[in-house]
Design a protein around this ligand. Structure first.
Ligand code: ZN
Length: 290
């Protein structure tokens, strides 16, 4: 069993006791910590209530619930852009190059794989699942999400009046003739009236899944260094709680996918930081009950 090295771990008696050490830490940490290799068995302090502060009053339900006069597709697009903005700010913390070492905290040596605990995420390279380094993986996710958000087919910026031309759309999205035929049958989908493609909701799920993986890596590999050390672990929690509220309320990330972060999610549910209304696809639950 690895109980962690005492010098780098939060003091069990006083979670904030470690923060004053930031001075001694600042002088050593850049050189030491950017070369520390990720240990999947390191203690998971972030799953413990005493290390999981949250400087938010109430919860994120009002920010997440779709206003009555807004079409759901438009609203989900807005939520995705906002979640991406929050995640980017957190990723920046592990990506900034340290002037002493010339390396970011998350680098090829510290994180040779995109891991969250014992779980390693793979990336498809030439249709083969490949274990690429976390910085490469995260970089690809970021570029992929940005390309989706800026894709006028996936995220149309101009509101389309009426129903989009399904055949032109299927050409643009590479959808099959069968899909086009299904669309022509008058089927409805989320975002249809706002001009979003048939795949829009699935695309949102794909984006949120990759975002979740980034959060899982941020916690499992970088909660202690740097978030705890620079006292930004509460901001990380705030972004993550917001993310999970949106993910659960609109069923954008499956429970199975969220398993690597389950203890913390359970804790936030218990504290009602993730409100009960958001659970089990609350958006649709409320609609069917009203
Ligand atoms: Zn990393």
């Amino acid at each position: 069993m690895n109980n962690g090295s005492p010098g780098q771990s939060p003091a069990p008696q006083s979670p904030h006791g470690h923060v004053p050490n930031a001075q001694s830490f600042a002088s050593n940490h850049s050189a030491i910590e950017t070369t520390a290799v990720y240990d999947p068995d390191a203690p998971k302090y972030f799953f413990q209530e005493k290390y999981a502060p949250l400087n938010v009053k109430g919860n994120f339900l009002t920010l997440c619930a779709c206003p009555k006069n807004v079409e759901l597709g438009e609203w989900l697009a807005h939520q995705i852009v906002e979640q991406n903005r929050l995640l980017q700010a957190m990723l920046k913390v592990i990506q900034e190059v340290n002037s002493h070492t010339g390396l970011p905290i998350c680098n090829e040596t510290s994180c040779p794989t995109m891991s969250a605990g014992r779980l390693t995420y793979t990336w498809l390279v030439d249709s083969q699942a490949a274990k690429i380094s976390a910085p490469k993986f995260i970089n690809r996710v970021e570029k992929w999400i940005v390309s989706k958000i800026h894709d006028p087919v996936m995220f149309p910026t101009e509101k389309v009046t009426g129903v989009p031309d399904t055949f032109a759309l299927s050409e643009a999205t590479g959808a099959s003739a069968a899909d086009a035929a299904a669309n022509a049958g008058g089927e409805d989908w989320i975002g249809k009236s706002s001009g979003f493609p048939r795949t829009f909701y699935k695309d949102c799920q794909g984006i949120m899944k990759q975002m979740f993986r980034c959060y899982a890596h941020l916690y499992h590999a970088h909660w202690l260094n740097p978030f705890w050390h620079i006292n930004k672990h509460d901001i990380l929690n705030m972004c993550f709680v917001h993310f999970v509220t949106v993910a659960k309320y609109y069923k954008l990330v499956s429970d199975k996918e969220m398993e690597p972060m389950q203890p913390l999610i359970d804790l936030f549910i218990k504290q009602q930081r993730i409100p009960p209304e958001a659970l089990n696809g609350g958006h649709w639950g409320q609609q069917s009950s009203s």
